[in-house]
Design a binder for this molecule. Structure first.
Ligand SMILES: C[S@@+](CC[C@H](N)C(=O)[O-])C[C@H]1O[C@@H](n2cnc3c(N)ncnc32)[C@H](O)[C@@H]1O
Length: 232
């Protein structure tokens, strides 16, 4: 089941930070949840954008991120475990193999998995369901076209296939546009937004070409929302 939603546009001027799209998506992920799970595992938790949006009682929350700096920023508490793991690593699989969860949540992180099929299969062996949002390789699409780089993150076809091989799922694809007052602000945003959408460093000449040829006053983001419905 694949639904493509209307384009969603937002203006950078209204927001003072450099991860506004991630924040909007994490909030939407929690808002759209059909259940109120008691035991939750979160992958790529960052500084707690998902946890901070949860407004129902939970019994236990395990938050995983491979960046210790991020883990240190995540909210802590009696029923929260924050663990520093690479979700593609054997250590991660071994440490969680006897766990059991009502739901896996993940926002803006699993598109970096080196083996999404294996990860999803494992997650469904320890959790009833998965609700996740992932950026797709169409994020910064026009930039990658001009620089002739290939996006390092997964395509939507790869993502859909990895989930569909493990479960019946509902997919929704959203195109977000983040508008800027001018090109300088647009390119500053890329520089400051952490992973730069996977854009590799450019030479002065390449940067200049990109600056001159980029045709829009907005950045493009493509996001897929995935809900597993039943395991296959
Ligand atoms: C764009 S941030 C999203 C953070 C947060 N979930 C949010 O919604 O704002 C992606 C996070 O995934 C983490 N991450 C990326 N690859 C990972 C991996 N292989 N294992 C664990 N964490 C990973 C990064 O350290 C980062 O904190």
């Amino acid at each position: 089941m694949i639904k493509v939603k209307e384009e969603f546009s937002t203006h950078s001027k209204e927001y003072g930070n450099h991860n506004i799209i991630q924040q909007i998506i994490a909030k939407a992920l929690v808002r759209e949840m059909m259940a109120t799970p008691k035991r939750i595992l979160e992958l790529g938790c960052g500084s707690g954008q998902i946890y901070n949006n949860i407004n129902f009682p939970i019994e236990y929350y395990k938050a995983v991120d491979f960046s210790q700096a991020m883990c240190d920023l995540h909210p802590n508490g009696e029923n929260i475990d924050v663990c520093c793991f690479d979700f593609d690593s054997d250590e991660f699989f071994e440490s969680l193999q006897n766990d059991s969860y009502d739901m896996v949540l993940s926002s803006s992180a699993m598109q970096w998995s080196k083996d999404l099929l294996k990860l999803v299969s494992f997650l469904l062996s320890i959790s009833k369901e998965i609700n996740a949002t992932l950026f797709t390789s169409n994020t910064f699409k026009s930039i990658f076209e001009i620089t002739k780089q290939k996006s390092p993150i997964l395509t939507k076809e790869d993502i859909i296939s990895a989930f569909e091989k493990n479960a019946k799922c509902k997919f929704e694809i959203y195109d977000y546009k983040l508008e800027f007052e001018n090109k300088k602000q647009l390119f500053d945003y890329i520089k400051k937004s952490g992973v730069r959408g996977g854009l590799a460093p450019l030479s002065f000449k390449e940067s200049k070409k990109l600056y001159l040829e980029y045709p829009y006053n907005y950045l493009e983001f493509e996001v897929i929302f995935v809900k597993t419905i039943s395991k296959s």
